[in-house]
Ligand binder design. Structure first.
Ligand code: NDP
Length: 449
């Protein structure tokens, strides 16, 4: 899909293409935001005069470096790592680290760009950044993961700090990796600077409900969309792609609210369980044993496994893409809508292609883009930073309550902003404009920097 951009925005977009060749995911993320901004420039011409959009599209700083490490057999490997410090108008750069073989600059920049608006929507004092490496953690021993993380941090530490840049997890980076990264940072700097990393373990500066936050937050946002439509999650059938951190806790929360999740996946295949996914078994396989999702059917006879299957062909009323970017295309979206899907909330970042989004919007179903729906993860990271700053540890109930309030606020902001700009019910427009206005106003206030 190529929606209309006015002349000014089209020329900004062309400049982004020209300056960032080959970074297709970054182009896609920028275009999606620009498509929402036409009416904003009419209402606030000062943002155009101040070249706010052009400034937003150029990261404040980008670091690319070599990460050499030794495997258990003594073989040397060289990976490439990135940290893109995109925008600090609202606070220190904040965004996760991704370890996946597909990582290159274009992926980190799309994630960092989205993070600016997402973080603004949370209302918390955090700027936008993202990092990662083309390192593949699958099949590596704990020792190998540790040596890789230590080597990475030996370079990365100089760019971080609780008031500068605060990483967290993402695909391939969970509490184990954060432990190794934080440990090496502490060792090099000789500072116990808890606020420099989020997603930490509970015994060493972590927050309750951080692990659950992205998945739970996505479902809280979804629940708000249902309420607006006079409906509820009770009794709905749902499919959730992925089976990692976000997917597992989206399944947990939506199940607790009365929906039934009948399918989930990993990059090899899909499991379908008509009785509803057995969450305890899923956690055991993925979190404890770190096995493939196919192991589920060995334990649960009611389930089937489709190697290489497409999860979006499983009939459902709610779809939660929680795996990776561009995992749901126009064809998939059409299948979902044709089979009765009425709501989609993105736990992952940019999982739906522009064609897919177009299908959902044309069908008039409730569609929540990731930068709004999955903001609960980073919002709870900001709550973790608050707890670190005050040397405190809140209860699970209190932290979850704060998370829910934030998600309700984000939903309201997106909903009302869409209304105000003549795009009622369009959460893409609401999220893009709502996030943009906060960052743009701060940038204007701080002058040409
Ligand atoms: P995890 O590494 O815990 O899980 C990722 C899941 O997605 C795994 O099941 C993985 O399967 C699957 N997956 C990853 N890449 C692909 C691919 N190329 N094709 C098919 N499946 C794939 O990551 P998270 O759950 O943390 O992250 C999932 C998504 O949520 C990402 O888009 C991330 O950016 C986003 N997100 C995460 C947040 C967080 O707090 N963790 C916050 C906000 C957004 P396999 O094991 O086979 O690779």
């Amino acid at each position: 899909m190529s929606s209309y951009l006015n002349e000014k925005l089209e020329s900004i977009y062309q400049e982004v293409l020209h300056r960032n060749p080959g970074e297709t995911e970054f182009h896609q993320a920028v275009r999606e935001v620009l498509e929402s901004l036409g009416p904003v420039l009419v209402k606030y011409p000062e943002f155009a005069d101040q070249k706010i959009i052009q400034r937003l599209c150029e990261p404040e700083r980008q670091v690319i470096f070599r990460v050499p490490w030794q495997d258990d057999r003594g073989q040397i490997h060289i990976n490439r790592a990135f940290r893109v410090e995109f925008n600090s108008a609202l606070g220190p750069y904040k965004g996760g680290m991704r370890f996946h073989p597909s990582v290159y600059l274009g992926i980190i920049k799309f994630l960092g760009f989205e993070q600016i608006f997402k973080n603004a929507l949370t209302g918390m004092p955090i700027g936008g950044g993202k990092g990662g490496s083309d390192f593949d953690p699958k099949g590596k021993s704990d020792g190998e993961i540790m040596r890789f993380c230590q080597s990475m941090m030996t370079e990365l530490y100089r760019y971080l700090g609780e008031y500068t840049d605060v990483p967290a997890g993402d695909i391939g980076v969970g509490q184990r990796e954060i432990g190794y990264l934080f440990g090496q940072y502490k060792r090099i700097t000789n500072r116990y600077e808890s606020g420099v990393f989020t997603g930490k373990g509970l015994d060493w500066g972590g927050s309750r409900a951080r692990k659950e936050a992205t998945g739970y937050g996505t479902v809280f946002f979804l629940d708000e969309m249902f309420k607006v439509r006079g409906d509820s999650l009770e009794g709905k059938t749902c499919v959730v792609s992925g089976s990692g951190n976000v997917a597992i806790y989206a399944i947990e929360k939506i199940t607790s609210l009365g929906a039934k999740v009948v399918a989930c996946s990993d990059s090899n295949g899909v499991i379908v369980d008509k009785d509803g996914i057995d969450l305890a078994l899923l956690k055991q396989i993925k979190e404890v044993e770190r096995r493939r999702i196919s192991a589920y059917v060995q334990e649960k006879k009611s389930a089937t496994y489709m190697e290489g299957g497409n999860i979006w062909t499983v009939p459902c009323q709610i779809a939660l893409p929680c795996a990776t970017q561009n995992e749901l295309n126009g064809k998939d979206a059409k299948i979902l809508v044709d089979q009765g899907c009425i709501a989609v909330a993105e736990g992952a970042n940019m999982p739906t292609t522009p064609e897919g989004i177009h299908v959902f919007q044309r069908a008039g179903i409730a569609y929540a883009p990731g930068k709004a729906a999955n903001a609960g993860g980073v919002a709870t990271s900001a709550l973790e930073m608050q707890q670190n700053a005050s040397r405190d540890l809140w209860s699970f109930e209190y932290t979850e309550k704060r998370l829910q309030e934030i998600m309700v606020d984000i939903h309201r902001n997106c909903y009302e902003t869409a209304e105000e700009f003549g795009a009622s019910g369009n959460y893409v427009v609401g999220a893009n404009i709502g996030g943009f206005l906060k960052v743009a106003s701060a940038m204007v206030a701080m002058g040409v920097i």
